[in-house]
Structures are given as structure tokens and as C-alpha cells.
Design a protein around this ligand. Sequence first.
Ligand code: PXL
Length: 277
Amino acid sequence: MKRQKRIALINDITGFGRCSIAVMAPIVSAMKIQSVVIPTAILSTHTQFPIYYFDDYTSKMNDYIQTYKDLNLEFDAIATGFLGSREQVDIVVDFIQNFKRKDSFVLVDPVMGDHGRLYTTYTKEMCEKMKELICYADILTPNLTELVTLLDKEYPSYIPALEELEKMCEELSLKGPHHIVVTGIPVNDKQILNFIYSEGKSQALYVDRLGEDRSGTGDVIAAIIAGAYLNGYCFYDAVKKATDFASLCIAHCEELELPHYYGLCFEEYLYKLGEEK
Ligand code: PXL
């Protein structure tokens, strides 16, 4: 049977706030890839809102995934994001061991924190488990907070130099991932650095800083990197496509004066993702 490319999205479903699956599923669909949703938690809003309803899906995930095992479903890529509990890491590892093939890839977005702080749902134990998960990743998309946490380092009081970033990525890549992008590094008032480390080679990709940081940016970027890489882009081009798209959405959020925790209003630009290179 001929079929479209297919990606498993293991992430939370959040109703309001444009993050995780609510963002990633439409984005990969726009890139002509079938998305298969595997929920880790169901939230009314994400955890950057002052209040949210959080329903941990851990106890249901194994039964949910069993159907896919019984159907012998195949996935060309697996993308993991926000995990709601420590046990979920074991479930995700089991999923990867079952479904990863030689010609498929795993993207791990180690959603743990930002601006030097871990998210409120994130425990020390979960950080330890996340270190296990990254060993299964081909592609890793940490921000600076997540990069240093995964390496047991303190969040720096200064912006690390390119050589230092390269060293940290090199250290992390020894654990598994051969493509790493450290996203959203605020190098100065005007620019954001996305530091790309791909099979031993580093490249710095600077983008204009448009207003304040916006939640959900990492999810938009991870989805486009996964989709573009699956569609045959090299890693650098996949990251470039992702950051160009995010910049477009952020500029529109600024025009609309949206609160930073409302996520990126990507909807009216989705059509651009379906266009050929
Ligand atoms: O965008 C990252 C993210 C995903 N999912 C949930 C979150 C966050 C960031 O705060 O709270 C539930």
C-alpha cells in the first residue's frame, strides 16, 4: 500500500494557548504529512497561565499505544515534547524501541523550562529521566535552559560564546543526537541566535528579535524541523524554514498585540508551509 509520510506526535493536548499538539498537528498536516497524536496530558491552558486544568494521561498511554502495536502501524518519524510524568519517559522509550526503524528518525524536544527556570510541573526526577530519553534522539531541540540542565550545568549569567555552545553540543551529541539546535538564545537586544550543531559541524543562525519571547515558539519550530527533515531538507535548511516561519508569526502577534503566553498565531500562514522549497 502506498501511503503518505506519517509522524507520531507524543505531546500534550492543550486547549487554549497554542502549544504542543494543537500547534504541531496542523503544521505537519500543512507539510503534507499525516500526524498521529499520542497524548501525554490534557490541559485547559498551558502552564504559563496563572491557572490551568491538568489531566495526566500516563495511566492510559500503554493501552492507547497497544492499538498501534496490534495494527503494526509504521511511522516515518517520532516527535516527542512535553511529558507530564516520570513514567512517561519509559513509555516513550518503549514506543521508540517498538516503532523506530532504520530509515525513520526521532526528534526529542526536551520541554523542561526556559529563562534559566524549570516549568512548575517539572521535577528533578523528570530531569534525570529526560537525560535517558535524549539517548534515543536523532534530533534534539533544546533552548539554553534545557541544554545546560541536560548537561548538569548551571544556567550561565552571560551568553555563552559560539565555541562554548559547540563544546556543550558536542558533549550532548556523544549521548546520541547527531543534529542539535539550541533555540532562542538572546544574544543582544536585536538578535536571537539559533545554534546549529549537525554531525560535528556548527553553524550560527541569527534572526531578528521581534518583541518579547512568546510561549509555543519551540513547538512551532520543532514541528517544522521534523516535517521539513522528513520531507528531505538538510538539517540547516529545516531549521531555517522553521525560524523564518516563526519570525513571520511573531511579527503578526506583535501587530495584534497578543499577550506573550497566547502562543504564535500561525493559522493564516499555514498555507506557506505547503509550498515547495
Ligand atoms: O510550549 C511548551 C509547553 C508545552 N506544553 C505545556 C506547557 C508548555 C510550556 O509552558 O506548559 C503544557
